[in-house]
Design a binder for this molecule. Structure first.
Ligand code: HAM
Length: 432
């Protein structure tokens, strides 16, 4: 036998029995996003590597270790997108969308070559939003309220919100100096990763999960103490807005995020139900990125949620029902006509989910497949039915006799949840 080829480690198929949950999440998310006035944007999965280096930052795990980047046959340096914000900003600048405020959302696969584990994949999916052109804490609040509404729409009530402010560039520069001085004084306690980051990206030291580092991190200076008046007011107004809207949150001064473009507000929604990879949604403000990528200075805020992680949290019972009907055809002539009849039925009943048997076989074997499909009824087309313009209707989910009905009466019959013939249909069937 030929050797089987398997999917790449950390990249997963979504199988037919799993897709109802994906569709449930995507449908609910889209409905909520539309209610807040967001329009969808789709960008390519591949961009020039430079885009991610300049936006996410050269000294980040994503850019240093995790990007799928390659030289294509034309010699261009390209990368599979590790996230959506950079592409969204690139597209917004390229298509001159930024002369007025924009609320944009996107969804799709992202790629990071991380060590695969539960909740952490090499191909994963995000639904994200980016708002351009609004600088107030009001839109930060709106974005967080949107996420809360989304959790409600998904039936999730076990998520907590963590919030921080990273201040502006000069505030962060002053903080960085103080943090480096503090870390140098505790150099002996740093693990090897943190020691490396001490000069290249010291804020990321605060993100270390190393158990031995936790005491040093807990006693480190807090960025919130370095905020200037404007950043402080922005943060306080957001906190007051969250209080007024009844959104519980914790301020976490160690929340720094793994991408370099953020300033001021950053936030994460976290669950304890998924083990180590508990952040299901993360984002914040990135007022400098548009200019950094060559656009006019434009404030921005956004977030992305991890679809796989949220799907794990959903209740198991969102299954798509089976088809309404399964069309069985007995005899050569009927089999030749079955697909055409199925098309006519779909034409006359726009919502009908109809599976038409293909591949021939005996009446018994077709009926078995009808039953296994989960359909409510089997529609039976034989030579007699063809001649008389009728069809047999046999309930599959409860006991009941097969009825003969005129094809014209099928819509009324199938619209009934129990699929018992209406008096009109019965009348029609006895008329035949
Ligand atoms: P991020 O924190 O890198 O932010 O990713 C956002 C979310 O994507 C995470 O909270 C997590 O749920 C999910 N995620 C990230 N990596 C993986 C992975 N390897 N496997 C499974 N899920 C994962 C961003 O990507 C920013 N672009 C968010 C943003 C938008 N900020 C402003 N606008």
């Amino acid at each position: 036998m030929a050797k089987k080829i398997q999917a790449i480690r950390g990249m997963h198929d979504v199988l037919p029995q799993q897709s109802p949950r994906w569709q449930f999440l995507e449908d609910r998310a889209r409905a909520v996003l539309e209610r807040y006035g967001y329009a969808e944007m789709r960008t390519p999965l591949v961009e020039v590597t430079e885009l991610f280096k300049r936006s996410i930052g050269e000294v980040t795990d994503i850019v240093e270790k995790e990007m799928y980047s390659f030289e294509d046959r034309g010699g261009d340096n390209l990368a599979l997108r590790p996230e959506g914000t950079a592409s969204c900003v690139r597209a917004a600048i390229e298509h001159a969308l930024l002369d007025h405020p924009q609320r944009i959302w996107y969804r799709g696969p992202m790629f990071r070559r991380e060590r695969p584990q539960r909740g952490r994949y090499r191909q994963f999916h995000q639904i994200g939003v980016e708002v351009f052109g609004l600088d107030g804490p009001d839109v930060d609040l709106e974005v967080i309220l949107l996420t809360r509404r989304l959790w409600q729409a998904l039936g999730l009530d076990n998520l907590r919100l963590e919030l921080n402010s990273l201040g502006d560039a000069d505030e962060r520069a002053r903080y960085r100096e103080a943090l480096v001085a503090y870390l140098l004084a505790h150099q002996d306690a740093l693990d090897s990763d943190s020691a490396k980051r001490l000069h290249s990206n010291p804020l990321r030291v605060l993100d270390s999960k190393h158990p031995d580092m936790q005491a040093v991190i807990a006693a480190a200076p807090s960025l919130l103490d370095f905020l200037g008046e404007t950043s402080r007011r922005h943060f306080d107004t957001l906190c007051a807005g969250l209080d007024a809207a009844g959104v519980a949150f914790q301020v976490n001064p160690r929340l720094v995020r793994g991408l370099d473009y953020y300033n001021r507000t950053v936030f994460e929604w976290i669950t304890e139900d998924l083990g180590a990879q508990g952040t299901v949604c993360a984002g914040g403000r990135y007022d400098g990125l548009v200019a950094q990528l060559g656009g006019r200075p434009t404030p921005a805020v956004g977030f992305a949620l991890g679809v796989e992680r949220l799907i794990e949290l959903l209740d198991a019972d969102c299954v798509t029902p089976g088809p309404d009907a399964y069309l069985v055809a007995v005899g050569e002539q009927a089999q030749n006509q079955a697909l055409l009849l199925a098309e006519r039925l779909r034409d006359s009943m726009p919502g009908l989910r109809l599976l038409c048997h293909c591949g021939g076989g005996s009446f018994k074997s077709q009926f078995k497949k009808a039953d296994r499909s989960g359909a409510r009824v089997a529609l039976v087309l034989g030579e007699d039915e063809l001649q008389q313009g009728t069809i047999g209707v046999k309930p599959l989910r409860h006991d009941g006799p097969q009825q003969q009905v005129a094809i014209a009466d099928l819509p009324a019959l199938l619209a009934r949840p129990d699929t018992e013939p209406t008096p009109a249909a019965q009348h029609a069937s006895t008329d035949q």
